[in-house]
Design a protein around this ligand. Structure first.
Ligand SMILES: Cc1ncc(COP(=O)(O)O)c(C=O)c1O
Length: 434
């Protein structure tokens, strides 16, 4: 795709292929409009990547592996460079980090190391939806990574959201019954309960429990994606869904893309010990993922696993110290963004509103007019700011009046200019209708 075409494809193609183009758009928008300030992509802040220092951690893991296996450091190094175990070589350290940092009670044998969270999604969705009529559930709007996986696998992804006053348990019952009448069966429910991408919102513990109850009742596997949980700016963390799950319906997805860097392509799926009460079912699903993985990436790069392992060893098992500075940076950017939005829209606060996320990389802005394809192009081309229409993440075309703003990989000066450019566009539109 030539420069400039990704944006055009994303904003002109029909729904499904448009969804698939969004990933390209996210990656290429900055190239298409090099002078524009981009609130489009939720990339981690590059200022905190210390690749030279992290590379120095590889020998630490090598020495650790040598000691664990009773081998020489030389042999352990050769083993790292060789094809490796499909499920990974840093599972103990990853399980330990999840226990310490995320309070997840898991052991190494529950962990499958994947090439980022994306590979875990690509393995799990078709493993869950094997029969014609098997569908995935997701909230709408949702992370484009799950939509793309389902679309490419030819698996329908059905939006689910409780109606006003309805519990998640009830919504799952209603949706499941409606799907059954159409000959369809929901097999999985993907969600990001902590600082959702794209909305920045958090599900309360009561909502999480209600989802688990509904999913257990209807034998739906929850895919709990948590790339942003370590980036909480204030308030108390909510218990993860996997830790609230006593029956065994939650697969937890972790990634080092945000806490370290995306180039590693190291993530993990934590499998439940029992799936809907059955150890055999849990083993079958884990075995199937592993088998699929062995024919997709064979194993996750042991070089980057060794880097993650080495960093974890150097940090005594926790990433809390390393994410402290980036977390403060994201918090400062969130403050800058909501501050500049409040300033720019001080005379329009009745019609332009936004949320103030307690963590993560994103917030959503509500506008009093539809903001979609052509509006995004106009903003980028004529106003020099790139924002994402929320409809790009929508499964049913809803949220036409919203945009997603990412504040992660910017500095407050850029946020100030970008918000001011966006406000100029919005206020121009408001004037033209009044
Ligand atoms: C919701 C969500 N899941 C997962 C990821 C990270 O995926 P990966 O681990 O493949 O880099 C992202 C990154 O943008 C995300 O927003």
């Amino acid at each position: 795709m030539t420069s400039g075409s990704a944006f055009a494809a994303a904003v002109t193609a029909p729904a499904q292929s448009s969804r698939l183009s969004v990933m390209n758009f996210l990656n290429e928008a900055a190239n298409d409009y090099p002078k524009a300030i981009s609130f489009a992509s939720g990339r981690p802040a590059e200022a905190f990547f210390s690749i030279e220092r992290w590379l120095e951690a590889i020998p630490l893991f090598q020495a650790h592996a040598a000691q664990s296996a009773g081998q020489s450091v030389l042999v352990a190094g050769r083993r790292i460079a060789q094809y490796g175990r499909t499920n990974g070589c840093v599972n103990e350290l990853v399980a330990q980090q999840l226990r310490i940092d995320e309070r997840i009670d898991c052991t190494a044998d529950q962990v499958i190391i994947t090439a980022g969270c994306q590979e875990a999604l690509a393995l799990i969705v078709p493993a869950l939806c094997r029969e014609p009529g098997d569908v995935m559930l997701a909230r709408t709007p949702t992370y484009i990574g799950i939509t793309g996986v389902a679309d490419f696998a030819g698996i329908e992804i059905v939006p689910i959201e409780p109606r006003a006053g309805e519990s998640w348990h009830r919504a799952l019952h209603r949706t499941t019954q409606a799907l059954r009448r159409e000959g369809k069966t929901p097999r999985g429910f993907y969600l990001t309960p902590e600082f959702d991408n794209p909305t920045g919102t958090v599900l309360s513990e009561a909502e999480r429990r209600s989802i688990i109850a509904g999913c257990v009742e209807h034998r739906i596997v929850v895919l709990e994606d948590n790339p942003y949980g370590m980036f909480r700016f204030e308030g108390e963390p909510t218990a993860s869904m996997i830790s609230l799950d006593s029956e065994g319906c939650v697969v937890y997805l972790a990634t080092y893309s945000k806490s370290l860097c995306p180039a590693l392509r190291v993530g993990a799926a934590v499998m439940p010990r029992r799936l809907f009460g059955s150890e055999g079912e849990a083993r079958r699903l884990a075995g199937e993922l592993s088998e699929r993985k062995s024919f997709v990436t064979v194993n996750t790069s042991q070089v980057t696993q060794a880097l993650v392992g080495g960093v974890l060893l150097a940090e005594n098992g926790s990433l809390a110290r390393l994410v402290d500075a980036p977390r403060k940076h994201y918090a400062r950017n969130r403050d800058a963004m909501v501050g500049f939005l409040a300033h720019e829209f001080r005379d329009n606060s009745d019609v332009v509103t936004w949320n103030r996320p307690e963590g993560g990389f994103f917030l959503g802005v509500n506008l009093p007019f539809e903001f979609g394809q052509s509006e995004a192009v106009e903003c980028a081309r004529a106003y020099g700011v790139i924002v994402m229409p929320m409809t790009f993440f929508s499964l049913d075309g809803s949220r036409e009046n919203e945009v997603r703003l990412a504040f992660s990989n910017l500095v407050p000066d850029e946020i100030e200019s970008g918000v001011s450019r966006f406000a100029r566009y919005v206020k121009g539109r408001l004037r033209s209708v009044s």
